[in-house]
Design a protein around this ligand. Structure first.
Ligand code: GTR
Length: 439
């Protein structure tokens, strides 16, 4: 089939849509303990009409790439900036990069690991983000790379005791054995199953990652800490309704990581894929939507506020996400709670902002909270834009079964299992990135 590649039969399980939905409904229900009860019944998805990405706000149809680039794309960027994620500042003038350490025998000798401090104000004691950059030792670069933020701290992606522990606030969580918001020796490697470092290095990619809390600690403190505080105007005692939230700050951090990667001679700056999981998938897709330096954009289980259509009201909703995480989006976004039909945009338009660059949307079959079908349909909704720009868009009409990589310019993959990042996901990321950045 065009734009679709079947994986080996051991990794492939093709099921009909009906049995797929029955299967995931049964598997997913016990996992949702403390979450708000939301719709997970396909039959209860309301009828909805998506805004047309190819109609200008004045009603005129977009008929060519020039009008898309000059008029419609900027209109859509402004909608997401003012109505959803909030407006972020640009690259700080005084920002500098300092390579603080180079370890040549990382990952059992397979990689060189650099520790790079991104000093947002150029001051070593000012706010900063610490990047870990793994570069393959087996060949000569420059290498294509993946860049993404991590949840637990850099020391969580790899158990190597030489990696500095995260400095500031970290999320309490049993997986990392954290109970008082401080990283501990025991938390080393807590997230390593989500960072298939050796697997990625073996295939000739570099990987760069930073801790999302270096950019903005993930709790609602009225934007007193993180990079929001760095840019806030001390004379102003209120935030505007389109001021940036945390997702926009994390996306901003990914763009600052890209600023560094462009300067690193071991990295091919034209072949950097931005990827992220869940809330950090929302950040990755927003970063990739705005910043055309990212050659490939990968969303993993990003769900509501990421790749999933809000109008479907399946799994997490705008009300639920804005209530649980009031700091993630801008003030204006709150007006759409239970009023998704009034949004002048939906997430297919976020995907469309990546066009014509390759975008891969990855879901997990049991992750109904993130609405896999809504994620697929956002890709489908972006298809007319990709086609207008002369690419094949999404190569399939219907949602594929599990473990089938749709590798057209808008790519899609769904694996069996829960909300997570697994080796299977990384294989899909790499297959997709390889296909789109080597030709
Ligand atoms: C959930 C949230 C999701 C997703 C997830 C995560 O609680 O409802 O939107 O972001 O967290 O980031 O793990």
């Amino acid at each position: 089939m065009i734009g679709q590649r079947s994986l080996p039969s051991s990794r492939r399980a093709v099921v009909s849509m009906t049995s797929w939905f029955l299967g995931v409904a049964i598997l997913a229900s016990p996992a949702l303990g403390q979450r708000a009860k939301t719709n997970e019944d396909e039959a209860k998805v309301p009828a909805y009409t998506l805004p047309d990405p190819l109609v200008l706000s004045g009603g005129e149809r977009v008929r060519d790439a020039a009008t898309w680039n000059a008029k419609r794309r900027p209109e859509i960027v402004a909608l997401f900036e003012t109505q959803m994620y909030g407006k972020a500042p640009g690259r700080p003038d005084g920002m500098t990069f300092v390579v603080t350490k180079v370890v040549k025998d990382a990952l059992g000798g397979k990689a060189t690991r650099k520790e790079v401090s991104v000093l947002f104000t150029g001051k070593p004691d000012g706010p900063r983000m610490d990047l870990l950059v793994y570069v393959p030792n087996q060949a000569k670069g420059p290498f294509p790379a993946f860049v993404g933020l991590n949840f637990d701290g850099n020391h969580g992606v790899d158990p190597d005791p030489r990696i500095p522990l995260a400095r500031g606030w970290v999320q309490n969580n049993p997986r990392a054995k954290i109970t008082d918001h401080k990283a501990t020796e025991e938390s080393r490697g807590s997230e390593s199953s989500r960072w298939a470092l050796e697997r990625v290095i073996d295939r000739g990619f570099a990987v760069a990652t930073a801790y999302y809390g270096d950019i903005d600690p993930d709790f609602d403190d009225g934007f007193q800490n993180g990079v929001h505080a760095l840019f806030s105007d001390p004379g102003k005692d209120h935030r505007s309704a389109d001021a940036w939230g945390s997702v926009a700050a994390w996306a901003w951090g990914l763009r600052r990581a890209m600023d560094y990667l462009e300067t690193d001679p071991s990295i091919n700056g034209k072949r950097v894929a931005v990827m992220g999981h869940s809330r950090l998938g929302k950040a990755a897709i927003w970063a990739g939507a705005q910043d055309t330096r990212f050659a490939v954009v990968i969303s993993n289980d990003s769900g509501e506020g990421g790749a999933a259509l809000s109008r479907r009201k399946f799994g997490e909703t705008t009300r639920v996400i804005n209530t649980a995480f009031p700091h993630w989006f801008c003030g204006n976004y709150k007006q759409y709670m239970d009023r998704e039909d009034e949004m002048p945009f939906d997430q297919h338009m976020l995907v469309a902002l990546v066009a014509p660059r390759p975008v891969l949307i990855c879901s997990a079959a049991e992750d109904l909270w993130a609405d896999p079908k809504g994620e697929f349909l956002a890709g489908k909704g972006a298809d007319p834009v990709y086609r207008l720009l002369g690419t094949e868009g999404l190569g399939v009409r219907d949602m594929p079964g599990t473990n089938v990589l749709v590798w057209s310019r808008i790519g899609y993959h769904i694996r069996p299992g829960k909300h997570d990042v697994t080796n299977t996901d990384w294989d899909a990321f790499m297959d997709f990135a390889e296909r789109h950045t080597t030709r």
